[in-house]
Design a protein around this ligand. Structure first.
Ligand code: EPU
Length: 305
């Protein structure tokens, strides 16, 4: 039975600022994907809470969207309500920094450097938002957000506002209880991180150097979703894809990056099916050649055929 009853549709249509059949492709770093049945962009936590609480009460599916990185949205679009979380406030108090879930990690990296804080330089290599980073313990250059995290202000439909300390979030390699555990469906409102005092200019120089290096090894100017696969224990997905001779392989306008084997690039007009087919081909070939099952890191959501 579809959730699309008259009363549910009427409730969705009265949400302030809501739109129907809203294209999502341009709101993802891949530039791919069908529309959201219903879409709203919200900054105020109470508004986001009301929206997802209302969905829970009515059994309407919902999805929280940040910067749309690490995400592959199906060509058939997304069922129910998509809430784009755009609360971007931040406060620096001594060595503690509180950041809204909708703030970009790269922007926060510059803000904390301006405040002469060190230890967050790795965030200059993380394309998503603070909320998205908490959701999957994002990181770069061997450092992840959980290493600087003090606590997360969250909201769980049915249980209200919560404060999650790192153990409650059950972080693992590109995962947390929000992505794969008992906090699924929960909202990140803001995260508080703890950094060290230091020279902001040195932080900026280091970030510039790291970004230069990243631009030499990753196709950062292209439309992509970041790493497609998790690295298998003790190995690297990019190395395996290269060793299997798969760099430059394509499905439609989706291409395995010739620069880095763990990136798929949308050359313009690639469909979600192109990308999914390419992912499956790569997985099959790496399995056949090396007996290793690659696990996608990119989250695939929506209505697949
Ligand atoms: N390699 C190859 N061929 C390739 C790509 C890589 O042989 O085509 C080799 C490299 O030479 C290196 C090893 O594989 O020896 C690892 O590659 P790299 O240093 O590029 O890092 P990675 O393991 O592929 C990880 C994160 C990235 C992060 C970089 C830099 C994962 C899945 N990926 O990539 O994170 O930016 O380290 O720290 O953990 C992301 O998660 O979306 C992401 C981009």
């Amino acid at each position: 039975m579809s959730w699309r009853t008259k009363s549910r549709l009427a409730w969705l249509r009265q949400l302030p600022g809501v739109s129907e059949d809203e294209p999502l492709a341009s709101r993802t770093s891949f530039g791919i994907g069908g529309p959201a049945d219903f879409f709203v962009e919200l900054a105020r936590p109470e508004m986001i809470e009301q929206a997802i609480e209302g969905c829970r009460d009515r059994d309407i599916p919902y999805l929280l969207l940040g910067a749309g990185t690490n995400l592959l949205i199906a060509d058939g679009g997304i069922e129910g309500l998509v809430v784009r979380v755009v609360n971007r406030e931040h406060q620096v108090e001594g060595t503690r920094v509180r950041a809204g879930a909708g703030l970009k990690m790269m922007r926060l990296a510059r803000i904390v450097a301006d405040a002469n804080l060190r230890g967050f330089e790795f965030a200059i290599g993380v394309p998503g938002t603070v909320g998205g980073a908490v959701y999957q313990d994002a990181g770069c250059w061997g450092k992840e957000i959980h290493e600087v995290l003090v606590e997360v202000e969250g909201f769980m439909p049915g249980s209200g506002r919560q404060t999650w300390k790192p153990p409650a979030l059950k972080f693992g390699y590109r995962t947390s209880a929000l992505r794969d555990g008992d906090l699924k469906g929960g909202l990140v409102i803001a995260a508080t991180i703890h950094l060290a005092r230091g020279d902001g200019e040195e932080a900026k120089q280091l970030m510039a150097k790291l970004t230069r290096e990243r631009s030499e090894t990753q196709p950062i100017k292209t439309k992509n979703c970041g790493s497609v696969f998790k690295n298998p224990a003790g190995d690297s997905a990019g190395r395996l894809v290269q060793a299997a001779g798969l760099k430059g392989t394509r499905e439609g306008a989706a291409l395995v990056s010739p620069l880095h084997g763990n990136f798929i690039v949308n050359e313009g007009g690639a469909t979600a099916s192109d990308v999914k087919n390419l992912i499956e081909r790569v997985m099959a070939e790496v399995k056949r050649r090396f007996g290793i099952e690659l696990e996608p890191e990119v989250e695939m959501v929506g209505r697949w055929k």
